[in-house]
Write a protein that binds this ligand. Structure first.
Ligand SMILES: [Zn+2]
Length: 328
């Protein structure tokens, strides 16, 4: 059995884990992301956490073969330098050589969503699904296509920014990136929170109105909770967000041709009504040849996906000779 340390860097915290090649997590650390403009100061506490996980491996008689790192942004084509990133201090920083030098081990660096998608696709434990579309629905929406275990890289080293397809062109809502009526404006946690706030202000949802009075604002989670308690207005918002996601899935189907869609992120916990609405809308509006054979499921790894995927990527890149491996 081979082992790697996976790092999943985020704007507010990093998750790190000692991971086996069968994706078992043997130890984990969560470290707050320092607020600094200096990349070395930002990376220092993460590196110390890697050291602790390395000591844990050593104490158990295990050898760490590689380090994998997921970053919240794009990388240059060689995947060594951070290009455009949620941790501003790392913009333009050559992270791969720094990690190699610091730990004296082979290193793999990738976009965090790509790393998470690789882990989620691997976690299905089945060769039945050749083309897996991993869709993470949180305050934004991430879309990554995994084909035969590897990310389909179409632009900036990722599958694309497919959450910004325009689905509601008559809408006046714009997403933070500037497009009007894109999927993020109608299906993300931000969209659910916006509609929940309106339902609270208008009194359409007494439960959300109470949240607004007590807490001053309404989040997507509040809307999910109100829907779970049977609040009709909240339930309608959740169903509507699911419907729009289904429109997105139907639109992606003839482009990506997935046979499995894995839905993750905070909104995916919104309940079975949301999942049912998304699946029904996809089958209703989509091209039957593509959508009829797509299986839609929730993803299973949750917050571990990024660090597990980073570790698996690192292990794949350092596979010993004589074992079958894909190029790239
Ligand atoms: Zn957009």
């Amino acid at each position: 059995m081979r082992y790697a340390i996976g790092m999943d860097l985020g704007g507010s915290s990093a998750k790190l884990g000692l991971v086996s090649e069968q994706a078992a997590v043997l130890g984990r650390e969560i470290v707050a992301t320092p607020e600094s403009g200096d990349p070395l100061l930002v990376l220092q506490p993460f590196a110390e956490a890697v050291d602790r996980l390395g000591a844990l491996a050593h104490a158990r008689g295990l050898q760490v073969a590689a380090i994998g790192c997921g970053v919240p942004g794009y990388l240059d084509p060689s995947r060594t330098v951070v290009d455009k990133n949620n941790i501003a201090a790392l913009d333009g920083f050559a992270i791969s050589p720094w990690l190699q030098q610091r730990f004296r081990l082979p290193v793999a660096v990738d976009n965090d969503a790509c790393a998470a998608a690789i882990a989620e696709a691997a976690s299905t434990g089945s060769d039945r699904h050749e083309r897996v579309l991993s869709v993470t629905v949180g305050s934004g929406i991430g879309v990554v296509l995994v084909v035969g275990g590897d990310v389909a890289r179409i632009m900036h080293g990722v599958t694309g920014d497919a959450a910004h397809i325009i689905v509601d062109h008559a809408s006046r809502e714009r997403c933070p990136l500037g497009c009007r009526g894109c999927l993020e404006t109608v299906a993300s946690a931000r969209a659910i929170a916006r509609l929940g706030q309106r339902a609270a202000e208008s009194g359409a949802s007494p439960l959300l109105a109470a949240r607004l009075r007590n807490l001053g604002s309404v989040t997507g989670l509040h809307v999910s909770e109100a829907a779970a308690q049977g609040d009709p207005a909240a339930l309608q918002i959740i169903r509507q967000a699911g419907y729009w996601l289904g429109v997105g899935l139907a639109s992606w189907a003839p482009i990506y041709e997935p046979d499995l869609v894995l839905l993750g992120g905070a909104v995916a916990q919104a309940g079975d009504e949301w999942l049912a609405a998304a699946t029904a809308a996809m089958r209703d509006v989509g091209y039957p040849f593509f959508v009829d054979r797509i299986e839609v499921r929730r993803s299973t790894l949750g917050n571990d996906a990024g660090m597990v995927g980073a570790a698996l990527l690192a292990l794949r890149q350092t596979r010993p000779p004589g074992r079958c491996h894909a190029a790239g």
